[in-house]
Design a protein around this ligand. Structure first.
Ligand code: NAP
Length: 552
């Protein structure tokens, strides 16, 4: 992996730097945005807080981190040369390989010369007279840009709960989403992990192999299905590559969430109700998906997220599977989720997660009724008992979707703060632009379906939308585009309409902002599906951006 070292960066700047476009974030969305804008010949600067590219895959280096969408689908589709030349080693790529891929893309398309690392955008203020954004960075730089694109990621702002006594703890502390770059060796240690979401589900089997004892502190159990990772079948790769165009078309046009592979074949979503088929037919479908592995339950029956009765058929199927994977049935019952519908929180996909609880050196500690009271110098107190721990891993998730954006002090027309505009719930027409904030775009932001579809696919679509928009408007001084307040209102209403009756509302998930104390409870993602979303975006562009105010 190559990274640009801090020595090569300017330590500070005394003069205002001027660009056509500033992009924040060197994850997959930001990299592609930079590539597109460079192709237009615009002057672009991308700022990234880390020392290298990769976004999610730069920060989340915990043991076992791996994508749970098939690698052949979780990859850029914009360059057929890139598609053909890159070869994944596994069905689901691990974090190191995903990071190599991001670095390869940055090098292959010559993107690094327009990037600045170890620099966080801290503020963005719209100068109405110049119709430009005045941007401040963590290095004290002042930047002027006509357009600003926030590609800051929807799972990037780490959530570390403020546990009592946290500073008194004298052992090692780790956070899955801020994992050190060096290897961490837990051999011989008593380790505690807090959280049982996707990050924990992936890391627990690895940590358990090293630790002398692993204590898992679980507040709410997750539904997890087997990933069934394997070395990538070369015949399968050949088949996909021979027909990549059609494969991608089906991802875009014939899928619910942007992935189509089931049992190494492209498959259309099942549009039947789970309740209209016989129990035998339903069971056969679930068994087939269970055997296939990964997230293909998202393309199963159409009413799994709208009918609690339909949902229960799948929930009970997975509960029984959990019971079958865990030997101690008391432990199994603690691991069986009962308080929310399956799929209403992001499904986890694992490798030996439940089997790990069959190991003698692993203990599950339910903190549902007895929350962690305090951290102590030696460990933590819970349920009237002190657990002495050499290391604690916080797998406590993210201030999702809005977290990274809300950390930037964004002020639009009349000095209005974006955080104030989003108080109660984020508002953004198509998830791309907020009324009152001209020339400011969000990628994978709130009010779009980033959180609910394959992020790669949505990012590519949104990048191309933004690129077309900037391309059509041009960079003549004084040109600006802003979502009309009416368009934003209508979009929020449409979001509510398409999510009415969804079971997503029933879970305390990050989709709902409900995992962060004090965060307003609101569905942060668009539930209308990818195809509908794209139609809506096309309507937004129609009639010379009729849903926007364009000023020249
Ligand atoms: P998460 O799903 O939000 O899980 C956080 C865990 O920490 C939950 O078990 C939560 O319990 C617990 N927690 C939070 N605050 C706590 C507190 N104060 N006390 C005790 N427990 C607490 O976060 P994540 O595991 O990082 O995953 C987030 C998302 O990232 C996933 O849903 C997925 O979209 C993505 N992800 C994907 C992959 C992949 O592709 N393979 C891997 C990792 C992550 P409660 O449930 O009770 O709140």
């Amino acid at each position: 992996m190559s990274t640009v070292l801090s020595e090569r960066q300017p330590s500070s700047a005394v003069v205002t730097q001027t660009y056509d476009v500033v992009v924040a974030g060197a994850g997959f969305a930001g990299l592609y945005m930079l590539h597109k804008l460079r192709q237009r010949g615009l002057s672009v600067r991308l700022y990234e807080a880390g020392t290298g590219v990769g976004g999610t895959w730069y920060w989340n280096r915990y043991p076992g981190a791996r994508v749970d969408v098939e690698s052949v689908e979780y990859s850029y589709s914009f360059s057929s040369e890139l598609e053909q030349e890159w070869s994944w080693s596994e069905r689901y790529a691990g974090q190191p390989e995903l990071l190599r891929y991001a670095n390869h893309v940055a090098d292959r398309f010559g993107l690094r010369e327009n990037m600045q690392f170890e620099t966080r955008i801290t503020s963005a203020t719209y100068d109405e007279s110049a119709r430009r954004w005045q941007i401040g960075t963590s290095r004290g730089e002042k930047i002027s840009a006509q357009y600003c694109v926030l590609a800051t990621g929807f799972l990037s702002a780490a959530n570390k709960p403020d546990f009592a006594g946290i500073d008194s703890y004298q052992g090692h502390q780790y956070q899955t989403s801020r994992w050190p770059h060096e290897d961490v060796d837990f051999t011989g240690q008593r380790v505690g992990i807090i959280g049982t979401g996707s990050s924990a589900v992936q890391s627990i089997p690895h940590v358990a192999q090293q630790a002398s004892h692993l204590f898992v502190f679980q507040r709410t159990p997750s539904f997890s299905i087997p990933l069934r990772n394997a070395p990538l079948d070369r015949e399968y790769e050949k088949r996909v590559k021979a027909d990549y165009k059609e494969w991608r078309r089906r991802q875009r046009e014939d899928s619910r969430a942007g992935f189509i592979a089931v049992n190494y074949q492209p498959a259309s979503p099942n549009n039947k109700s789970a309740l209209e088929v016989t129990p035998e037919e339903r069971l056969a479908d679930y068994e087939m998906r269970w055997a296939s592995g990964g997230l293909c339950f998202y393309s199963s029956y159409i009413d799994l997220l709208t009918s609690i009765e339909a949902n229960e058929t799948l929930a009970e199927f997975v509960r029984e599977k959990i019971r079958g994977r865990v030997k101690d049935q008391d432990v199994a019952e603690l691991l069986v989720p009962t308080t929310y519908p399956i799929l209403s929180k992001r499904l986890c996909a694992d490798t030996n997660y439940y089997e790990t609880y069959n190991r003698e050196n692993v203990s599950l500690v339910s903190i549902k009724d007895t929350p962690i009271e305090t951290l102590t110098p030696k460990g933590l107190w819970v349920g009237g008992k002190e657990y002495e721990l050499d290391s604690i891993i916080f797998a406590t998730g993210f201030d999702a979707v809005t977290g990274a954006i809300s950390k930037i002090d964004v002020r639009g027309l009349d000095g209005q703060e974006l955080n104030a505009h989003w108080q109660g719930a984020p508002r953004a027409y198509l998830g791309l632009m907020s009324a009152g904030f001209p020339n400011l775009f969000f990628l994978d932001g709130p009010c779009s379906n980033g959180a609910l579809v394959s992020p790669m696919l949505l990012s590519e679509y949104q990048v191309e939308w933004v690129d077309r928009c900037i391309g059509q408007l041009g960079t003549e001084a004084g040109t600006a585009i802003e979502a009309k307040p009416d368009a934003e209102d209508e979009w929020m209403e449409h979001m509510n309409t398409v999510s009415a009756g969804s079971l997503l509302h029933l879970a305390n998930s990050w989709y709902m902002g409900a995992n962060i104390p004090g965060k307003p409870r609101a569905l942060l993602a668009y539930l209308g599906g990818l195809i509908n979303y794209k139609q809506q975006c096309e309507q937004g562009e129609a009639g010379g951006y009729g849903k926007f105010v364009v000023t020249r």
